[in-house]
Write a protein that binds this ligand. Structure first.
Ligand code: SF4
Length: 224
């Protein structure tokens, strides 16, 4: 299968723009910010402009959709690795509109929207209580405090698949209040020169909770 993403849980990665602003402790060593700086893009922070793309970039998912349809398969698109689709800035609104149109035009792709801003999703997404079949919604929570804050917001949104990215995992998490609302948990430790360590027991505990609640579980890496 042709794929453009090195991330093992998706087929493709699509970025509607580049740039973001940090919102939680998990953002401290944001790989996307570091990568953008490395390639000379000053697109992080409230005052910075975002990086936008032309028609050729936006045509890629239409091609991926054709490939998936021809193979009679569903392919996943992780959106976004270099931004947060639900960052609340007005200059992003037209690009978000273009993304919603693209999602509607690619029914053989499952769009995995991963955000650290689940409280803004229903304000910025167009679907209200009728989410399209091909959109999965996920949020990142790195510890219990973030789980308590963010998971009630995720659980209230009627996406077909709701998932949790517990990466980088910075503390143990009890998922039990939201277990029935979750379909999938991805977890992993932090890597890189200043990585904050995770305890192996936190991952094991998440695995046991997922097995008990029949939630799919994907372990990515221990971290450094
Ligand atoms: S929300 Fe995601 S993309 Fe934005 S700064 Fe945090 S980790 Fe980076």
């Amino acid at each position: 299968m042709a794929r453009n993403s090195k991330i093992e849980w998706t087929t493709h990665t699509f970025n509607p723009w580049w740039g973001c602003v940090r919102v939680s402790p998990a953002c401290k060593h944001c790989y996307a910010e570091a990568w953008a700086k490395r390639v000379g893009q000053n697109v992080w922070g409230v005052g910075a402009e975002r990086r936008f793309f032309g028609e050729k970039h936006w045509a890629d998912p239409l091609r991926w959709d054709g490939v998936a349809r021809a193979a009679n398969e569903r392919h996943r698109v992780f959106c976004a690795s270099m931004a947060d689709v639900f960052e609340d800035r007005r200059d992003l609104d037209p690009w978000r509109e273009q993304l919603w149109t693209l999602i509607a035009a690619t029914p053989s792709l499952d769009w995995l929207l991963l955000t650290k801003r689940p409280g803004l999703v229903q304000h910025l997404a167009p679907w209200g209580n009728e989410w399209p079949y091909n959109v999965w919604l996920g949020t990142t929570v790195e510890d219990q405090q973030r789980a308590d804050e963010q998971l009630p917001k995720l659980a209230a949104i009627p996406a077909r698949v709701r998932f949790l990215s517990a990466e980088p995992l910075l503390g143990p998490i009890n998922l039990s209040p939201w277990a029935t609302a979750l379909d999938w948990v991805i977890t992993g430790g932090e890597s890189g020169p200043k990585a904050r360590p995770s305890s192996p027991s936190w991952f094991l505990d998440l695995l046991n909770q997922c097995m008990s609640a029949d939630i799919a579980f994907h372990f990515k890496q221990w971290g450094d």
